[in-house]
Design a protein around this ligand. Structure first.
Ligand code: ATP
Ligand code: MG
Length: 329
């Protein structure tokens, strides 16, 4: 029962919420109808009590009708104000609750993912070090274990950087240290690093040398790494990742294209939300925290640029980052 509630929390809350709202609106309408009927009844009673021989009969008659009209206006006015207030508040509260539930789901997903992402590299590193300590291995095997341990340490490092920078950017504590940056070098270094880590992968690089921008080196490295990491993570092992960097007058274009499954149209905006990951956490194979693209968007925004997603042909995704270039080509 509890599991069912947890799984369908948003649906159940939506149904209960709209039921309550309908009930309130129906009660308001009923209240309005009853008041108008009562008003009509009171007016007709007063009219019956009037004496036709009274010299003021006509003025009293029109006064009663006037009173009835004024009361009806009052009820209509008050009813409409209540109805508008209730509807506005209902929409506001519903949206806030919905956002909160979604955020809490995403945070739960994030906690599950981050626990796994932290534990795996630590466990692998520990096992590798214990093996190196206990057994005398051949040189080649030793190097393989060391390389594997380094890879896990790198993963842990980029995960920690993502989490730290995201929380600093969110809290507004991050001081952007703007410098003249050679982006071509950053992209080339990053690709070199990925090519060493993923030896079976094919990378096509069209990097125009000597492209400069103003910004923070660490953040730009994170931007490049996150996009290339995604392209590798979300496409088949034997497919190609194409990375390009070029300058167009005063702006520079950095793009990462893969041949993976692609991102469906309606998800293209959502993937930049914090902790958002396409699909279901329980069935998803690729591990991650959903922070990478959120960070990319923040970094690009802080560098006064833009980031867009396009479909690759015949399949896959292309991420295109536009930033302002420092020196014209
Ligand atoms: P993290 O980068 O924090 O380790 P992550 O890769 O899941 O985790 P993001 O980089 O923010 O998080 O990506 C969000 C989601 O967007 C991913 O979970 C994935 O579903 C989708 N996505 C991102 N890049 C691609 C891509 N190149 N191809 C297909 N889907 C992608
Ligand atoms: Mg990612």
């Amino acid at each position: 029962m509890r599991a069912f509630y947890k799984r369908n929390q948003l649906k159940i809350i939506t149904i209960v919420y709209w039921f309550l709202l309908l009930y309130i609106v129906a009660a308001l309408i009923l209240w309005f109808v009853e008041l108008t009927q009562q008003n009509d009844y009171m007016a007709s009673m007063r009219l019956v009590e009037l004496n036709k021989d009274d010299p003021d009969y006509l003025s009293k008659y029109s006064h009663i009708l006037d009173l009835r009209k004024r009361k009806t206006f009052q009820y209509v006015g008050e009813g409409a104000t209540f109805l508008i207030l209730i509807l506005v508040c209902a929409v506001f509260v519903y949206r806030a609750v919905r956002r909160q539930i979604k955020l809490s789901h995403q945070q739960q997903n994030f906690m599950m993912a981050v626990t796994h992402e932290l534990k795996t590299p630590i466990a692998v590193t520990r096992l590798n070090l214990e093996t190196l300590q206990k057994r005398r291995l051949e040189e080649e095997k030793q190097q393989k274990l060391i390389a594997n341990t380094l890879q896990e340490a790198n993963r842990l490092n980029s995960l920690c950087n993502n989490i730290l920078v995201a929380s600093q950017l969110d809290a507004g504590h991050y001081q952007l240290n703007r410098q003249e940056i050679n982006l071509s070098n950053i992209v080339e270094d990053s690709i070199k690093d990925f090519a060493e880590r993923f030896t079976g992968r094919r990378f096509i690089c069209n990097i125009q040398p000597g492209i400069y921008t103003e910004g923070e080196s660490l953040l730009l490295q994170m931007l490049v790494n996150n996009l290339v990491d995604n392209a590798i993570k979300y496409s088949p092992k034997d497919s190609t990742v194409t990375i390009a960097l070029e300058q167009n007058n005063n702006s520079l274009l950095f793009s990462v294209a893969d041949e993976g499954e692609g991102i469906p149209g309606e998800e293209k905006k959502k993937v930049f939300e914090k902790f958002y990951r396409v699909g279901d956490e329980a069935t998803r194979k690729a591990k991650g925290t959903g922070l990478g693209l959120y960070l990319c968007k923040r970094i690009v925004k802080d560098h006064k640029g833009s980031i867009a997603i396009k479909d690759n042909q015949p399949g896959g995704t292309v991420f295109i980052v536009t930033l302002s270039a420092l020196k014209t080509a």
